[in-house]
Design a protein around this ligand. Structure first.
Ligand code: GLV
Ligand code: MN
Ligand code: MN
Length: 448
């Protein structure tokens, strides 16, 4: 089998996924429905092809699937079509997360697989969708095997995982888990000043319904998120699939540097209050502090006012993303960056505000479930050694939900480690290995 590369050209932004899925797009002479009848690996390929053009930008080849936009709606329509094509009961929860159920959603002790379909700006095809597509394909594989389910099974698509539009990651799972208050969610705004409630309403969802969903989460006995690895650990060990141990503590901080707008061609250097300079010193400080602490720090987003090529800026707003293996190292980086920013601001007559916009403490995935995954995967025919267990610096819905639900993650090898980029990739055989591993895990957890 062959999968198209993640950054193949010819994509159309906002293609009507519902129409495509409903008409059963033919690939290699086979319809999606026929593919499903052949089990997980064939249906994976068909689903992958169907989803690939949705929200992909023609020029960059990257994905722009932002929450509550047209591309997001197309992804959601695709999810719904996949659920309905399999005879699963489909529902959207109060926070806009999508669910496809096999068995009684109210019975309790459900096993849930899934991930997200939204993307970072110009993201790759795999971060998120690999987990959702693999979940449907794993179900197809289990049906092909004639598996008998003893627990309800669901597949989930969690809304706004990347936080690309409103700045806060994992909004759907955070709301459900009560880790984001309704008031704070209602205050979220995108770059155009559109609030989250306005965006939800425009997309046909009720923003007044959002809020904690403890009864729903209490009915889940295990959540397993399969995800493309966002590093090269599996490439180095030579394994197609791994199990997550922990997620590093991480957060986002907004730095507002305010100076004085003035003419770029007439204002003497000595007379300027240029916040761009203080911002630049702060970026360098972030790199130094991260190196000192053995941590990570990134300024990847900036907004400038008035944003004119011939005007000294009045405001530079930069967002720091920082992550570390432990809390002490993360604290050291963030306080070191803020200290440096304040010192430079003071000297240059710049006003500085620093606001923590989000924070996720370290997540240690539940040992019992993680060990069970390890046993299931190591006990398979042909398995000659234990599956690697690895930590990650990337955030996930599984990390948020782990406070409420026993949660585990599977990683699929990423040969370059590149992620959050159109070049993100996983090999076709590894994707299939991921589907089979997930099917084995779901069979071990949910079948007799
Ligand atoms: C999500 O992918 C994150 O780690 O930022
Ligand atoms: Mn991501
Ligand atoms: Mn992801």
């Amino acid at each position: 089998m062959s999968l198209p590369p993640a950054n193949a050209n010819g994509a159309v932004n906002g293609v009507g996924a519902e129409d495509r899925a409903a008409s059963g797009t033919a690939t290699e002479g086979r319809t999606a429905a026929e593919g499903r009848a052949q089990g997980g690996s064939a249906s994976f390929q068909d689903m992958w092809r169907e989803l690939l053009p949705v929200g992909r930008h023609q020029d960059s080849g990257g994905y722009r699937r932002y929450a509550w936009t047209g591309a997001d709606a197309d992804c959601r329509a695709w999810f719904r079509a996949q659920a309905e094509a399999r005879g699963l009961s489909y529902e959207v929860d109060r926070n806009g997360n999508q669910w496809a159920w096999l068995g009684d959603p109210l019975a309790g002790d459900a096993v849930v697989a899934g991930s997200h379909l939204d993307s970072v700006p110009d993201g790759g095809a795999f971060d998120g969708p690999l987990g959702v597509v693999s979940s449907f394909a794993a179900l197809d594989e289990l049906r092909r095997r004639g598996a008998e389910f003893t627990r309800p099974l669901a597949i989930g698509n969690f809304g706004d995982e990347e936080g690309a539009r409103f700045g806060l990651a994992c909004v759907g799972s955070r709301l459900a888990a009560g880790q984001l208050t309704v008031e704070a969610a209602h205050r979220l705004r995108d770059g155009d000043g559109i609030t989250l409630p306005q965006a939800m309403e425009a997309a046909g969802y009720d923003p007044d319904a959002i809020g904690p969903d403890p009864e729903r989460l209490a009915r889940i006995g295990a959540f397993v998120e399969l995800h493309v690895e966002q590093g090269r650990a599996l490439d180095l060990t030579g394994d197609p699939v791994g199990i997550a141990s922990a997620i590093w503590p991480h957060g986002r901080w907004r730095f507002d540097f305010r100076g004085e707008a003035n003419h770029a061609g007439t204002t003497r250097l000595a007379d300027r209050r240029d916040p761009m300079l203080t911002y630049a010193e702060t970026v360098l400080a972030a790199r130094r502090e991260a190196e000192l602490a053995g941590a990570l720090a990134t300024f990847g987003k900036i907004s400038v006012e008035p944003n004119g090529v011939n005007a000294i800026p009045s405001l530079v707003r930069g967002w720091l993303d920082s992550r570390a293996a432990d809390q002490a190292a993360l604290d050291a980086v963030v306080s070191g960056v803020e200290r440096a920013a304040r010192e430079h601001a003071e000297r240059a007559g710049i006003d500085l505000d620093v606001v923590r916009e989000s924070f996720t403490p370290v997540v240690e995935f539940e040992h019992a479930l993680r060990d069970e995954l390890g046993r299931i995967l190591a006990g398979r025919d042909g398995a000659d050694r234990a599956v690697p267990v690895l930590g990650t610096g990337a955030g996930h819905d599984a990390g948020i939900l782990s406070a409420s639900v026993p949660t585990a993650m599977l990683f699929v090898r990423n040969p370059t480690g590149i992620s959050h980029s159109p070049a993100e990739h996983a090999g076709e055989d590894d994707c299939v290995a991921g589907v089979i591993a997930l099917a084995d895990v779901l069979e071990g957890l949910a079948c007799s």
